[in-house]
Structure formats: structure tokens, C-alpha cells
Design a protein around this ligand. Structure first.
Ligand code: FAD
Length: 405
């Protein structure tokens, strides 16, 4: 929804503040999108200049404009007059932050419940610092806070410890609930040896490295030593991040991917950077078995390659073969229907409402692991759906009717 020609025209005039305002009309996280979006498939992929040569560097312009604004303009956004309605958002990833920001701008009182001690979701604990500095994410979140959004951190909704559930939120008087809880459960590889020590998830590794960079964990908690021979299994962004991060920490890294290079879902530039940094790749290669040593640690992988079977030595394996939603709150037992893989089923009228009235969902928990911008796009549509729903309920109440009727 960003008016790209209009924002570039302002950049060309040198009016970077006006350029920022054009982007900010539709995006709550421009400094993030300017850094991590797969621009080659999105804005730049559609640029007509790309037909005969190189596309305009739209992503880099977006990043420049957002950074310029952060460094030069210190105006706080004005929180709008309250409209008397309350919405709870569960999960402070890109989808939850977008819903929170968009509804706050419409005058809703929004409270965001986040399981971790920081808001940002994958932006804070998944994508590495060298690609997305955490100061940039914090600044984007601060702008949402300045709109009057309240954050409750360290609150895992749906557990006895937090005492916060979908029911308790409705009992507290929230008019609607948005779930943007992402896909927290990484998939395991069911092959012999997958329970060996040092066969772990890429997301856990990235989480620990991010926490170490933030000063929240000591280096000993990062499961990697200089010179380790590491296999990363997968071909998406998570695999590229784990491989590059391990490489930067001094490991000898090989990405093992079951399909061809052309079929790899990772952002092309991420792959190219990984190659430049010295990451090795094995294509059309399947892991058949993890072999262990006497200490119960992985020491090799038996592989099936296009040239036949082979066994390669590795000290650590990081899996990056996908993830799916955790069933804590996202489950049919709460009246929130999910499909066979655990993804939430939503309707279109109002946009994004689950099978439980007043509970909405969006982002990866509905659409499968995708991208930041797609999570934000879905969330923007759902924010409008929530506003329509709350208006409709109010209208019914004004007519003396109950929502059930
Ligand atoms: P998430 O970002 O997963 O946020 C969900 C939030 O909900 C989390 O903060 C979680 O702690 C919280 N939560 C979950 N359950 C509860 C609960 N019960 N109570 C309270 N809080 C809860 N996309 C790109 O566009 N470009 C990239 O370069 C890119 N790289 C990636 C690299 C990695 C390592 C990963 C993992 C993903 C990457 N992605 C990338 C994908 C992108 O980050 C996701 O598509 C996006 O973050 C989804 O947003 P979301 O809001 O749906 O979920």
C-alpha cells in the first residue's frame, strides 16, 4: 500500500521528512522493512527499470528515509482521542505491532501481551544484529508506545503462571483480541540420531546469540566454539541466518539443502552474502542419519547426494526446516479452530475473525511462516476487521440487541 512513486519523488526533491510521511501512512516499521524485506521479489521486482537493467533501489531508499527521520526528527506522534474501546493484542511481532499501531491511531486503547522480556518477536530474537540492529527495532516500538499502546512483557498468555487467558481478557472488558503469536514450534527431522546432543534448532542458536549480543546471556550459553564444523539443514532465511552467524563466530559451515539452488526460499542476497562469507552449500542432499560418538554427541551425518551416499564429519547440527504454531492458546479447545497443522482458521467478514467471536488472528500463525511485510499486510487488514467488528457490536448494543442476536 505504500505509494512508492510519491515517496521517491520526495526523496528526489530532497524532502526526506515528506518522503517519510508518505511511507508512514501505510507502514509502522519502515526501518525494518528497508532492511529485511525480500525486495527483489516485491517492490523492486515490479520496478519497470528492472526490465532493461537494474531496478531502482527502493528498499535502500526506504531504509535511508527511515534512518534519516530517526536521526533528524524527534517529534513524538500525537496519541489520538480515545474512542472508549479496548483491544488486547497477544504477541509483539510484526503482526501484533502493526495491529496495535493501526488501532491506537484510531483511538483504541491497546494492550500488547508479549511472552518474552522484549517486544519485537522474530525481529528481536531471530534476525541477527548485523542484518537488523536491535536499536532500530526498539526505536520503531517506541513510536508505537508513543501512540499510547501499553506493553505487558514476560507474559505467556494461556499458562497458569501468567494467569492471562482469552477468557480472562474478555472478562477484563476487552472488546476484541488479536492473536499474532507466530510459529514458535520448530520442526524436527525424524531420522535416526536426531536426539543426539549438539543436534539443535537454528532458532534456539540465533536466540542465544541475539541474547548474548544484547548482554542478556553469557557467551558460554552460545552453543558454538571457534573452528567447529557445523551443518545447517534447510534453505530458508532461518538457515541463512544460522549459517552466517555461525561463520561469523569462526565455525566452518555447510548448508545442506534437499532441493536445488534455484528452489531455495531464502532471500537471494542473503544466499550471495553467505557464499561471500565462506559458507559452503550442498544441494539436492538429504540427511539420512546423524551418527554419534561415545559421549552421545553428533560426529557425522550420513547423506544422500546426487552422486550417491556419503558420510561427512560434523561437530554440530542446526536444524532450519520450518516451524508451526504452539498450541498453548491457539487451539480448538478455546473455540478457536485450527487446521491439521495447527494454523488458525480465519474468516473474511469481519476480516481475520477466528471461529471464536471477537478473537482475531493474523501473521504467521494464520498464513504459515512468511515474511515481515506479509505479516504486516495481513495485520493491517485484520485491524480494519477489528474496527468494523467493534463498531457493529456497538451499533447492536445501541439498538438494545446482544451480539449473539
Ligand atoms: P512473530 O514475529 O513470530 O511474533 C510472534 C510473537 O508472539 C513473539 O514475540 C512471541 O514471543 C509471541 N508469543 C507467542 N505466543 C505467545 C503467547 N502465548 N503469549 C504472549 N506472546 C506470545 N522475514 C522477512 O521478511 N525477511 C527476513 O529476512 C526474515 N528473516 C527471518 C529470519 C529468522 C531467523 C526467522 C525465524 C524468520 C525470518 N523472517 C524473515 C520471517 C519473519 O520474521 C516472520 O514472517 C514474521 O516475524 C512473522 O511475524 P508474526 O508477528 O506473525 O510472528
Amino acid at each position: 500500500q505504500i505509494d512508492i512513486p510519491a515517496f521517491i519523488a520526495e526523496v528526489a526533491k530532497g524532502d526526506f521528512e515528506a518522503a517519510y510521511q508518505v511511507i508512514a501512512k501505510s507502514s509502522a516499521l519502515p526501518a525494518v522493512c528497508g532492511r529485511v524485506c525480500p525486495q527483489e521479489n516485491q517492490c523492486e521486482g515490479k520496478c519497470v527499470r528492472g526490465i532493461k537493467g537494474e531496478a531502482v533501489g527502493i528498499g535502500r531508499l526506504e531504509r535511508f528515509v527511515a534512518d534519516w527521520y530517526r536521526n533528524n526528527v524527534h517529534a513524538k506522534p500525537v496519541a489520538p482521542a480515545p474512542n472508549g474501546h479496548k483491544v488486547a493484542v497477544i504477541g509483539a511481532g510484526p503482526s501484533g505491532l502493526t495491529v496495535a499501531g493501526d488501532l491506537a491511531k484510531l483511538g483504541y486503547k491497546v494492550t500488547v501481551y508479549e511472552a518474552l522480556h522484549v517486544a519485537g518477536g522474530v525481529l528481536m530474537y531471530g534476525i541477527p544484529e548485523y542484518r537488523l540492529p536491535k536499536a532500530v527495532v526498539r526505536n520503531e516500538i517506541k513510536k508505537i508506545e508513543d501512540l499510547g499502546v501499553h506493553f505487558v512483557r514476560n507474559c505467556l498468555v494461556g499458562t497458569p503462571e501468567s494467569g492471562v487467558t482469552v477468557d480472562s481478557l474478555f472478562a477484563e472488558g476487552f472488546d476484541a483480541i488479536f492473536m499474532g503469536t507466530g510459529t514458535a514450534l520448530p520442526q524436527n527431522l525424524s531420522i535416526p540420531g536426531s536426539d543426539l546432543r549438539r543436534v539443535t534448532q537454528s532458532t534456539d542458536f540465533l536466540h542465544n546469540v541475539n541474547a548474548y549480543v544484547e548482554g542478556a546471556l553469557p557467551m558460554e550459553m552460545v552453543p558454538l566454539r571457534k573452528g567447529d564444523k557445523v551443518a545447517v539443514i534447510g534453505g530458508g532465511n532461518v538457515a541463512m541466518d544460522a549459517a552466517r552467524t555461525a561463520r561469523r563466530l569462526g565455525a566452518d559451515v555447510t548448508v545442506i539443502y534437499r532441493r536445488t539452488q534455484a528452489e531455495m526460499p531464502a532471500i537471494q542476497s542473503e544466499y550471495e552474502d553467505a557464499v561471500k562469507e565462506g559458507v559452503n552449500f550442498m544441494w539436492q542432499t538429504n540427511s539420512l542419519e546423524f551418527l554419534g560418538n561415545k559421549k552421545g554427541r553428533v560426529c557425522a551425518i550420513r547423506l544422500s547426494t546426487p552422486d550417491g551416499e556419503c558420510t561427512e564429519p560434523f561437530d554440530r547440527v542446526f536444524l532450519a526446516i520450518g516451524s508451526r504454531p504452539a498450541s498453548r492458546i491457539v487451539s480448538s479447545t478455546q473455540g478457536i479452530e485450527v487446521d491439521e497443522k495447527g494454523y488458525v482458521i480465519v474468516g473474511e467478514r469481519p476480516m481475520g475473525m477466528t471461529t471464536r467471536r471477537g478473537v482475531f488472528a493474523g501473521g504467521d500463525v494464520v498464513h504459515r511462516p512468511q515474511t515481515v511485510v506479509l505479516a504486516m499486510k495481513a495485520a493491517k487488514e485484520v485491524a480494519l476487521g477489528i474496527a468494523q467488528y467493534v463498531d457493529a457490536i456497538k451499533l447492536l448494543q445501541d439498538c438494545g440487541l446482544k451480539a449473539e442476536e
